[in-house]
Ligand binder design. Structure first.
Ligand SMILES: [Fe+2]
Length: 171
């Protein structure tokens, strides 16, 4: 029930390395976010670190539920070879997205019900800057296996600082 997107996806030769599109992932996170709103999934709030739980995994996609206390953030990162999407269930998140053509970070606010998609190469930091907690649902296809982290150096260029396997967590 959680995931019928992967069963109905059409293969598009030459497209991204997954049969799921950004729209599929966006619809999936909206659907699961609605489940979360109705209480179908337990949400844990941890004031000390970002809390997350994988709700679903199959060969095509994994889905994560994340809660964010104030000031909890991800750091600038990509999603390796995965496409992704998120929908905010409650609260508000800020996404700081690296725009290569501008060599700058662009910020957008994502309130409850709003979302974002991540094409290949998308580099962003996500943070809860609000006084209340936030909850969001994220999906990645192919399932997330690694993330690289970045910093903006003194010259204003994006520099990769490390790469980590995502064996137990997501962003
Ligand atoms: Fe991310």
């Amino acid at each position: 029930m959680l995931l019928h997107a992967s069963r109905t996806a059409r293969i598009r030769p030459g497209a991204a390395p997954t049969p799921l599109s950004l729209r599929d992932l966006s619809e999936l996170t909206r659907s699961v976010a609605e489940q979360v709103r109705t209480g179908a999934h337990e949400v844990v709030l941890d004031p000390h670190q970002r809390w997350y739980r994988r709700l679903h995994a199959d060969p095509f996609v994994d889905v994560w539920l994340i809660s964010w206390a104030t000031e909890q953030a991800t750091e600038l990162h990509d999603h390796a070879g995965s496409l992704g999407a998120l929908t905010v269930v409650s609260g508000e998140l800020q996404e700081h997205r690296w725009v290569p053509g501008e060599r700058a970070l662009r910020t957008r606010r994502l309130r409850g019900g709003r979302g974002a998609t991540f094409a290949l190469g998308h580099v962003h930091d996500v943070v809860n800057s609000e006084p209340g907690h936030a909850v969001s649902v994220h999906a990645y296809s192919p399932p997330l296996t690694a993330m690289s982290y970045y910093a903006v150096d003194a010259a204003g260029d994006l520099r990769r600082t490390r790469t980590a396997l995502t064996t137990g967590g997501t962003a």
